[in-house]
Design a binder for this molecule. Structure first.
Ligand SMILES: [Ca+2]
Ligand SMILES: [Ca+2]
Ligand SMILES: [Ca+2]
Ligand SMILES: [Ca+2]
Length: 563
């Protein structure tokens, strides 16, 4: 048996801080108004730890009212299971009062205990709200019975079985990648379509997918935690929280709705969004055909913003009325024409974070075969576009997410002034219907002119940003393009000068800390800011938003914990 120094498990308060939990409590005012997990439950699957029977969390660490069940039936306590449990249902966590924790041992779960891999039996019904898998596996080629299977064939059967069960039962499954940065994703479960693939914000196994159509955008979502096993638990806890919040609301409780709420709530300010370090590994990037960053997915979990999205309410596509700046829609009907969601952002407001996420399931259908089940798979091709709009007519295309292979699309933008826009969800005209959930969050501020970093003063820090992106094109407010012409140049510097509020220099060229002195300090052209004199020479770069921590590589084994 494994001993624990404290009677009760804890999730590190810093992890709760990083996921916005205390921001949420401050915004709501009364923590008693928040979900506590009662009414939802979890299937907690663990790889054997130390001994083959070690896969159970220690119930003494958790609320005595939680029912602990051993689904596999031969378990003893596992320190790994208990630590992962601390990140999901610890007494100080998001859902301390969940009804039931049902534990399974990974090999049993893959076989007769649940999934019936490579068998003619279908997977059991998922009857727990969320399933947590803080373990990974890559299969070797092997003969089972008299049939030879490649490792890829075994892995693909597992992925299809899991996606089938998720779509059939409409339940949330969270699984991690393992900790080694830059290493490709293991067979299971990071490659599954319908799960939430979890990672850590500092970088772990990197996408794209490696199996069942390589090249897709994974992982999906990052969390601040010490390793990927714990990050997976953190995201499972957040999924349970959202499921509890949406109890009684069919549309809000779809598994893909939870996935959309968590993904659209995620933030990117933890990453280097302004190229302030040369290192590309601390950046967050995506493209029009690769919706997510291949290291950190959509960004870092933020339960405050996901709560905000859900509670803003379901708002339907319409050609006669607008939706709000924050909201969601769970659509379930035949659609052929595009679904449009018109949004009006006041033109004096700066968009500081606009995150739009479209999620739907891959459909998997079993085909009876011998000796194993075969699977028909179909992924509808939905796309996401953002247009400028006049009235209820779309005009200029602003952004698009048009992957042909993913079951997620994602638009993200910041640093532009408000305007009238429309989010458009479309489906390939030859395709069949899919139900989807769309979640969006547009945050704005009314900025002080010249205040590039939005800290309420116009000073040398703002000028430094302009300097570090001098002559940059395709720029936005956060790069120092204050007049929205896409270029960082003398005109933007002039706006800073005209609005200078630095202490000791309340306006252009007055006293200590003046605009001219700041220009001089930064090596920028001094005197008349409009004289068009050449660019800077030596520019102090702003500090990096995040530093990359390289985690110790684990040895490769056939099956292992993700940490
Ligand atoms: Ca960088
Ligand atoms: Ca698409
Ligand atoms: Ca400022
Ligand atoms: Ca400009």
């Amino acid at each position: 048996m494994i001993g624990f120094s404290s009677a009760h498990g804890q999730i590190n308060p810093q992890v709760l801080t990083d996921m916005g939990y205390f921001d949420l409590i401050a915004r709501i005012g009364d923590p008693n108004l928040l979900p506590d997990g009662s009414g939802v439950d979890i299937m907690h699957v663990e790889a054997p730890n130390d001994a083959a029977s070690n896969y159970l969390p220690d119930p003494n660490n958790f609320d005595p009212n939680i029912t602990f069940l051993d689904g596999s039936g031969f378990g003893t306590m596992s320190g790994h299971a208990t630590v992962v449990g601390n990140h999901i249902y610890a007494p100080n966590g998001l859902v301390p009062l969940i009804d039931t924790v049902e534990s399974f041992e990974a090999n049993d779960w893959l076989g007769s205990g649940f999934l019936h891999t490579l068998n003619t039996t279908q997977p059991q019904t998922i009857d727990r709200t969320v399933t947590n898998h803080s373990w990974v596996a890559t299969f070797a080629d092997q003969t089972i019975g008299s049939t030879f299977y490649t490792g890829d064939e075994i892995g693909e059967d597992v992925l299809r079985r899991l996606d089938f069960a998720i779509d059939r039962d409409d339940k949330v499954v969270v699984a991690g990648v393992t900790n080694t940065p830059g290493q490709p994703i293991d067979h299971i479960f990071g490659n599954a379509y319908n799960i939430i693939t979890a990672t850590i914000s500092d970088g772990a196994q990197t996408g794209p997918t490696t199996l069942d159509l390589p090249g897709r955008s994974k992982p999906d979502l990052a969390a601040s935690a010490s390793n990927t096993s714990n990050a997976t638990g953190v995201i499972s806890g957040a999924a349970l929280f959202m499921q509890d919040l949406a109890q009684g609301d069919t549309d809000g409780q779809h598994a893909y709705s939870t996935k959309a709420f968590l993904m659209a709530g995620a933030t990117k300010t933890e990453f280097d969004l302004t190229n302030s370090t040369v290192d590309p590994n601390d950046d967050w990037t995506h493209t029009t055909t690769q919706p997510l960053d291949l290291q950190s997915g959509v960004g870092e979990l933020n339960i405050d913003k996901s709560h905000l999205i859900y509670t803003a309410g379901k708002q339907e596509a319409s050609s006669v009325s607008d939706v709000g700046l924050v909201g969601w829609d769970a659509y379930f009907a035949t659609f052929i024409a595009d679904n449009q969601y018109f949004i009006d952002v006041p033109t004096n407001e700066l968009i500081t974070d606009m995150s739009i996420v479209l999620v739907w399931n891959r459909e998997v259908t079993p085909v009876v075969n011998s000796p194993a089940l075969d699977w028909n798979v179909h992924l509808a091709n939905l796309d996401l576009e953002l247009y400028e709009a006049t009235g209820f007519t779309t005009t200029t295309l602003m952004e698009q997410s048009v992957s042909a292979v993913d079951n997620v699309e994602h638009i993200w933008r910041r640093g532009i002034m408000g305007r009238r826009m429309a989010i458009e969800v479309s489906i390939d005209p030859n395709d069949i219907l899919e139900e989807y959930t769309l979640a969006w969050r547009i945050e704005t501020v009314v900025p002080l002119a010249g205040d590039v970093n939005l800290d309420g003063v116009v000073d040398i820090a703002d000028l430094a940003v302009v300097g570090s992106h001098w002559n940059a094109t395709g720029a936005d407010w956060f790069w120092g393009d204050l007049n929205a012409d896409g270029v960082v140049d003398i005109a933007d510097m002039g706006i800073i000068g005209a609005n200078w509020t630095s202490p000791g220099g309340s306006s252009f060229s007055t006293g200590g800390g003046s605009f001219d002195e700041a220009l001089d300090d930064l090596g920028l052209p001094t005197g008349d800011a409009a004289n068009g004199a050449g660019g800077p020479t030596a520019i102090p770069a702003p500090p990096a938003a995040v530093s990359l921590t390289l985690l110790a590589a684990l040895g490769l084994t056939r099956r292992r914990r993700s940490h």
